[in-house]
Design a protein around this ligand. Structure first.
Ligand code: NAG
Ligand code: NAG
Ligand code: NAG
Ligand code: NAG
Ligand code: NAG
Ligand code: NAG
Length: 309
């Protein structure tokens, strides 16, 4: 009898603890989750009380905010990390909806305007700077290089694998992937999402690109399935370099002399080499044909990642 009771008790405890373990946020590891009396699991963002919808991606703004939370606080739930690769990362101000506020400032009263990807698109100013609207980043280009291998992947298969990945892992509707191009070892993915095309339940391409970048850098935002595994032709697709270009609906407002006629896009490029990133600012010539051409590359010192070497 006592044995039975003990077994029962053990079972109950096991069920209770497994139910607790269950209460995690699949799409966001920067969360603290708790179960209420009716067994519902609610998750809030680390460092703020923002409720997170774990059935979809969290916005880039909220993620950046969580990542900027002091390491001490993060350790509380077992995420000890020595150094953050804060490439282009700052502590942003987000709207309640999770999108970036058009104007971002740092603690020293320096302000600038950003796009929907949180990338600076104006000169820096003081607190009197006005950002009348949040300009949409409608095009995102991802350029990647895979590790050397004896033969190229099958073009069709690599394209299918990547389209499938974006749909399954990041829940991006395939219509927003306008092209996947492959020229061994270079892979290009073009994402295009106009504001008018995006419904409330669509993930934003800026958020998708951020999750993807984190996955490639082996710092996945996902709670489980942290390791990105893409297999093509039976082999792992091993990415060794990635660059992400953000192009806005409207020309940026930098007062650089190089901003001659025809140049209408300044994009931030996030580069990854050997696991850490460097953010650089690149000016692109945006042609009518929707082709782009780099005309200048200028490193922005203040957003450079700390060197790990
Ligand atoms: C635990 O997860 C399973 C499947 O993932 C789900 O069906 C179940 O409702 C969850 N339990 C709790 C207590 O959240
Ligand atoms: C909790 O879960 C129940 C059923 O699973 C649902 O009807 C209820 O709306 C949930 N409550 C909250 C606050 O989400
Ligand atoms: C704020 O921006 C200014 C100008 O770029 C920079 O000098 C300063 O270090 C920044 N302060 C913080 C706290 O980031
Ligand atoms: C910003 O807007 C406020 C109110 O609309 C105005 O008073 C101020 O002069 C503007 N500042 C600049 C630099 O345009
Ligand atoms: C690529 O794979 C597809 C099937 O997945 C096949 O039909 C096609 O012939 C392959 N192309 C090459 C160049 O091997
Ligand atoms: C993890 O990934 C695998 C394959 O990519 C998938 O089958 C599985 O459902 C994923 N698990 C979770 C918990 O998302």
């Amino acid at each position: 009898m006592e044995l039975l009771l003990g077994v029962l008790l053990g079972l109950i405890l096991a069920v209770a603890s497994s139910a607790q373990n269950n209460c995690t946020c699949a799409t966001n590891k920067w969360t603290v989750c708790a179960q209420d009396g009716s067994g519902n699991c609610t998750c809030t963002l680390v460092g703020s009380n923002h409720r997170v919808d774990c059935s979809t991606l969290t916005s880039k703004c909220l993620l950046m905010k969580a990542e900027m939370t002091p390491l001490k606080e993060k350790r509380l739930w077992g995420q000890p990390r020595v150094l953050l690769d804060i490439d282009g990362i700052y502590n942003p101000d987000c709207e309640d909806s999770g999108v970036f506020k058009a104007r971002q400032c740092n603690q020293t009263d320096t302000c600038w305007c950003v796009n929907t990807a949180g990338v600076r698109r104006t000169e820096k100013g003081d607190k009197s700077l006005n950002c009348s609207e949040l300009v949409r980043t409608s095009w995102i280009y991802v350029e990647m290089k895979h590790k050397k291998r004896s033969r190229a992947f099958n073009v069709t298969n690599i394209e299918n694998a990547l389209r499938h990945l974006f749909k399954r892992r990041y829940k991006l509707h395939p219509k927003f992937i306008t092209a996947v191009k492959y020229n061994c070892p270079l892979i290009r993915i073009h994402l295009n999402q106009q504001g008018s095309e995006k419904s409330r339940c669509d993930v934003d391409i800026a958020d998708v690109a951020y999750y993807f970048e984190k996955d490639i850098k082996d710092d996945s935002v996902f709670h489980s399935n942290r390791t990105l595994a893409v297999s093509v032709d039976g082999d792992a697709l091993d990415i060794e370099k990635i660059r992400i270009y953000y192009v806005d609906e409207k020309p940026p407002e930098f007062c650089m002399k190089q901003l001659a006629a025809g140049v209408s896009a300044v994009v931030t490029v996030v580069t990854m080499t050997a696991g850490f990133g460097i953010a650089v600012l690149v000016i692109l010539r945006w042609l009518r044909t929707r082709k782009y051409k780099k005309i200048e590359m200028k490193e922005m010192g203040e957003i450079r990642a700390p060197s790990l070497r």
